[in-house]
Design a protein around this ligand. Sequence first.
Ligand code: ADP
Ligand code: ADP
Length: 225
Amino acid sequence: MGNVTLEHLIKRYDDVTAVNDVSLDIEDGEFVTLVGPSGCGKSTTLEMIAGLTKPTEGTVSIAGHDVTNLPPKDRGIAMVFQNIALFPHMDVHDNISFGLRLRDFDDDEIDRRVERAIEIVQMEGTLDRMPDELSGGQRQRIAIARAIVREPEVFLMDEPLANLDAALRVHMRTELQRLHQELDTTIVYVTHDQEEAMTMSNRLAVMDEGEVQQFARPLECYNQP
Ligand code: ADP
Ligand code: ADP
């Protein structure tokens, strides 16, 4: 069960309120996009779900548990960022399995998970390649595979396609939708791109100046009489 509940989340910095009383009920298995202009509080909201930023007020629950005071590693989440940081000196297999090795997973379990993840991102046959032998899109797929092997209840993605060229970005939208169906997990996805949000997600949280203006299905958004 990967439902995510945000209750009255507030994040204040010295002179700015980045997130101003956000409450959202994201259901298990939903693909929800936080969308809105730069500076509206999307990343800060995602960082609070991830445990990378501490809320000034409010609570975050994942799978029915209050995780507000838990570190990222204990939240059942995995994150994919805009800036794909693969380890340049490690091959694809080691990049994907790095986090599992840190957690002392045994070799059989690691191989099982890596094999499944590499199939899901359709990058079979690249396990012994180095990052600099891959294209930008391929590297982003490996970054996604690295999140998949954690088998999280919830995926958090912050503009993961922003650095890709336009054609690949459109292709990857379809890929992410396929991935969502195949993994049957919850995805919370940040983008400033309305079209991307409309095509991919089950529901959009439209944000402005730290607040959620609307939380609705794509056809119900931007379509007011
Ligand atoms: P978005 O992801 O929608 O672009 P952010 O969540 O990054 O928006 O930022 C929301 C607001 O909070 C912006 O005005 C930003 O400058 C401010 N902000 C974000 N992080 C910090 C920080 N660490 N210190 C001060 N202000 C911040
Ligand atoms: P984005 O808009 O892509 O989310 P930002 O440039 O707003 O990226 O933020 C990048 C990082 O810098 C984030 O970790 C955010 O918390 C931090 N940050 C953003 N604005 C400020 C700020 N005014 N002061 C300090 N840190 C900030």
